[in-house]
Design a protein around this ligand. Structure first.
Ligand SMILES: [Mg+2]
Length: 211
């Protein structure tokens, strides 16, 4: 029986984070040269997450500076991260219903996300989702796809009591599986191979295991 449900945040519970506001901050600080970087920021961060085991302002500023030839400082990373929390989010369909159903069944719900813990907690709070979760594990604790991140997020629960849910095949599906956990891909556009355990709607996960 599953006791702990471990959710990814961005693209799984909600969409938001980077926006015109956060982009404008970097444009003001770094000038027009940063514009091509903004369009590829997710790829830069994905690369960072594969090579570094956790997020720190210092490591991220150094990595982005070396990758882009622009001067990202740790202070800029901090201010940029704080702006992320002010951006309005769009909740994925069925989020409240899904979390409510799992809570009624006394499941333990946590978030495992690669961005900074405090700003992700704030974003969950802004959308009224924070009370559902007993913990939020961010990238400043450990980044996916490093095995340590999955083990930390499983807490005191046995591997077969946990299930990971997320929208990224490598980070949320293959990563936990390679550690022996069950995982479910949230694939709302149904683009991934049918051999993958996946759902198109979040609330389908409430029907997948015995209660
Ligand atoms: Mg995601």
């Amino acid at each position: 029986m599953k006791k702990r449900y471990i959710f990814d945040l961005d693209g799984t519970l909600m969409r938001g984070g980077f926006s015109g506001t956060t982009d404008q901050y970097l444009l003001d600080r770094l000038g027009e040269d940063v514009r091509p970087v903004l369009g590829n920021m997710k790829e830069y961060l994905g690369r960072y997450e594969r090579y570094y085991r956790r997020y720190t302002d210092e490591d991220l500023s150094r990595f982005l500076s070396l990758s882009t030839n622009l001067s990202f400082t740790p202070e800029m990373i901090r201010e940029w991260d704080e702006l992320v929390t002010a951006v309005p989010n769009t909740l994925e369909e069925g989020v409240f219903e899904t979390l409510e159903t799992l809570k009624e069944r006394d499941k333990d719900l946590v978030v495992l996300t690669n961005w900074f813990t405090e700003s992700q907690r704030k974003r969950l709070e802004n959308e009224g989702l924070l009370p559902y979760f007993s913990a939020v594990y961010g990238g400043d604790i450990s980044t996916k796809p490093h095995k340590e991140a999955y083990w930390i997020a499983s807490g005191e629960f046995a591997p077969d009591e946990c299930v990971f849910i997320g929208d990224n095949v490598d980070f949320d599906y293959i990563g936990p599986k390679s550690c022996g956990f069950d995982s479910i891909l949230y694939d709302k556009n149904d683009v991934h191979h049918k051999s993958i355990v996946k759902v198109k709607r979040l609330n389908e996960i409430t029907k997948m295991y015995e209660r």
